[in-house]
Design a protein around this ligand. Sequence first.
Ligand code: BEZ
Length: 211
Amino acid sequence: MPIRLGDIAPDFTAETTHGTVHFHEWLGSSWGVLFSHPKDFTPVCTTELGYVARIKPEFDKRNVKVIGLSVDSVESHHRWEGDIGETQGCAVNFPMIGDPDRVVASLYDMIHPNANDTLTVRSVFVIGPDKKVKLMITYPASTGRNFDEVLRVIDSLQLTAQHKVATPANWKHGEDVIIVPAVNDADAAVLFPGGWNTVKPYLRVVKQPGT
Ligand code: BEZ
């Protein structure tokens, strides 16, 4: 069965560079990002892992735990971490799952045989504190991901989990948001006492709650 948004993220136990991880227990009450890369000791992956390590404080600020994965062994990850630290200016500071038997990769459908039948694609799963899948993104091996975009989506997911709003195209934290259509004007007046701008009856723009 493919994983879909709103599904419970499959639980697993795996060996990682930080020891054995029981995934749901490890997540605890945090948000989570589980992301795969195709292969250790490859150039694009080296830049990605280094970048995630550099912005880890941004994930921490948002109460998000980050964990990487590839079909390489934990031992390989440990050796590769030296290169990442040396070349990317930041030591890897989050666990990487060693998945040579492809157990987790299969659970999360991270191997796309028509792209490559042995390596994981560049998958990103964002998981909420309720353990449900909130976001899935898939990139090919040839394209490094934009992890600032992952942070931006997490900002949107966390905001919209708390308030009856949605975020418009290219929205960034602090910018105006949209009142969800399910909220009528009478209820909106209670929820958004500062008022809003009705561009169309279905397009009501309001200041981001909490700013
Ligand atoms: C890379 O990280 O550069 C890479 C990995 C697998 C296939 C192609 C590129």
